[in-house]
Ligand binder design. Structure first.
Ligand code: NAD
Length: 487
């Protein structure tokens, strides 16, 4: 159990200038970039700014380790034990890492602790356990042949992650990529790199062989682009915006046709029917579903769809709960909504709210130098309004009323995105019909969020084309090789 005292001690600890880790060793770069803390606008430290040559060196180290089979030829149980040790180390350093991450990206600490180091450790354990439980297959052939299907690691995996939950999302990709025997180059987000750098250090402390996991920090246009266009990266797995996702597909087409898996944005409908058994619970879930991590959550339930007859009652409850949210210092254990990740991002959210009749939505706590804003509720939003259609990725909830089930489904699906959704109803039959009708990777029923590693998370429509989490994620990182033997 973490205490405020522990956090406060770490709050003022200076942040060292990290190095890239390539081939198991610190790698010096000629350029660096500042890390600006969203808590107060101060410069925390400098991180390396990897250029094309640094990325090439990292990819070459990954290739050498893969071709040398230093990882893939270890007994599966040995790979498992190293990954389990890594998870243990992350857990042992969880408070230190969570505080470092909060200073870097502004997420409220209670959530950061759970969603970042602890969740990353849990994910690594999940896939570590798969190492010695994955079997090949024997095909149901005619008796004159034997068809064997071997699962082989693909090679060098490039991983690019966003800043909202870099460790959690990083682990969703790193853990299955490594468990299956691949080598990796990971690029953290430029505005939240520190925790992933630390995570890679701990992987080496756990015994991961040199060159198997390399990290390059820097921006998207230079560092990310160099990774995406590398002729020696076999798979690119990405979480981030749709705009970047499109550029990665182009990069693949213009380089070596590497496989590209995209987990992109969301504009998720959170639907409340008038037969909802517990309107207070629904209201609390709607508020948490949009405002945790200041709405910077891919599955944020950003579009509330509420049945006309309960619209006013629910809106009143939601407004009341939202106004009571404790917004501010992300390193206070009682804070429920922290800072936005960067000044530029905060300004883009404020701009999207410009002219909207919002309750809340102003910049606050400006005297701290940090990037804070009030949670905003915008009622009466119509299907074709920009706020209904565009991902804000900030603390903004739109409210739209519907008449019946058909209207609810129509509105829920009236988006190019299809990542997540939620439905509150007391009818089992309606719940199942909604699960079938909503075009999204996950439909939460009488709850919102909270799914664990056992189930996949992936977008429909323009929310992406891959799946993180669950054993299904493993398929991205293996080649199925057939041996066809004449008997
Ligand atoms: P972003 O696309 O701007 O950046 C994501 C990563 O891509 C960063 O590391 C960035 O440096 C890199 N990048 C940017 N341009 C690049 C390029 N040309 N080539 C290679 N790499 C490049 O996204 P963001 O603002 O960091 O993250 C927010 C977005 O991520 C939102 O749209 C959000 O919904 C989405 N997201 C999706 C999920 C999911 O699971 N589907 C989870 C979290 C966030």
């Amino acid at each position: 159990m973490v205490t405020q005292e522990q956090i406060d001690k770490l709050r003022s600890a200076p942040v060292a200038s990290p190095s890239l880790i390539i081939d198991g060793r610190p790698h010096a770069t000629s350029d660096s970039m500042p890390v600006v803390s969203p808590l107060d606008g101060s410069t925390l430290t400098q991180i390396p700014f990897a250029q094309q040559t640094d990325v090439d060196t990292a990819v070459a180290a990954a290739r050498k380790s893969f071709d040398g089979k230093v990882w893939s030829s270890l007994a599966p149980k040995a790979r498992k034990n190293i990954l389990l040790k890594w998870a243990d180390l992350i857990e042992q350093h969880a408070v230190e890492i969570a505080v470092l991450g909060v200073k870097d990206n502004g997420t409220e600490i209670a959530m950061a602790l759970k969603a970042e180091p602890l969740s990353a450790a849990e994910t690594i354990r999940f896939y570590a356990e798969s190492c010695d439980k994955m079997y090949g297959e024997v095909a149901p052939t005619a008796p004159d042949a034997l068809g064997l299907i071997h699962k082989e690691p693909v090679g060098v995996v490039g991983i690019i992650v966003p800043w909202n939950f870099p460790m959690m999302i990083g682990a969703w990709k790193l853990a299955p990529a490594l468990a299956t025997g691949n080598s990796v180059v990971v690029k953290p987000p430029e505005t939240a790199s520190l925790t992933l750098l630390r995570m890679v250090e701990l992987a080496h402390e756990a015994g991961l062989p040199d060159g198997v996991l390399n990290v390059v920090t820097g921006d998207g246009n230079t560092t990310g682009n160099a990774l995406a266009r590398s002729m020696d990266v076999d798979i690119l797995v990405f979480t981030g915006s749709g705009a970047t996702g499109r550029r990665l597909l182009e990069a693949s087409a213009q380089s070596n046709l590497k496989r590209v898996y995209l987990e992109l944005g969301g504009k998720s409908p959170h639907i409340v029917f008038d037969d909802c058994a517990d309107l207070d619970a629904a209201a609390a879930a709607v508020v948490a579903g949009i405002f945790r991590n200041a709405g910077q959550v891919c599955i944020a339930g950003s579009r509330l769809l509420v049945q006309h007859s309960i619209h006013d009652a629910l809106l009143e409850k939601i407004t009341h709960l939202t106004q009571a949210l404790r917004v501010g210092d992300p390193l206070d254990l009682n804070t429920q909504m922290g800072a936005l990740n960067s000044e530029a991002h905060m300004n883009s959210v404020l701009k999207m709210l410009d002219g909207a009749a919002a309750s809340g939505g102003q910049r606050i706590l400006q005297d701290t130098g940090g990037f804070f804003m009030e949670p905003a509720i915008v009622a009466g939003v119509k299907e074709h309004d920009a706020l209904f259609q565009q991902e804000v990725f900030g603390p903004v909830l739109t409210v739209t009323s519907f008449t019946d089930d058909t209207d609810a489904v129509r509105l829920a699906n009236a988006s190019e995105l299809g990542l997540a959704s939620g439905v509150w109803t007391n009818s089992l039959s309606r719940a199942h019909k909604m699960v079938a009708a909503i075009k999204a990777g996950v439909v939460h029923v009488n709850t919102y969020g909270g799914a664990d590693n056992t189930v996949p998370l992936g977008g429909f429509k323009q929310s992406g084309n891959g799946h993180d989490k669950s054993l299904h994620a493993i398929d991205k990182f293996i080649n199925h090789k057939t041996a066809w033997i004449k008997l």
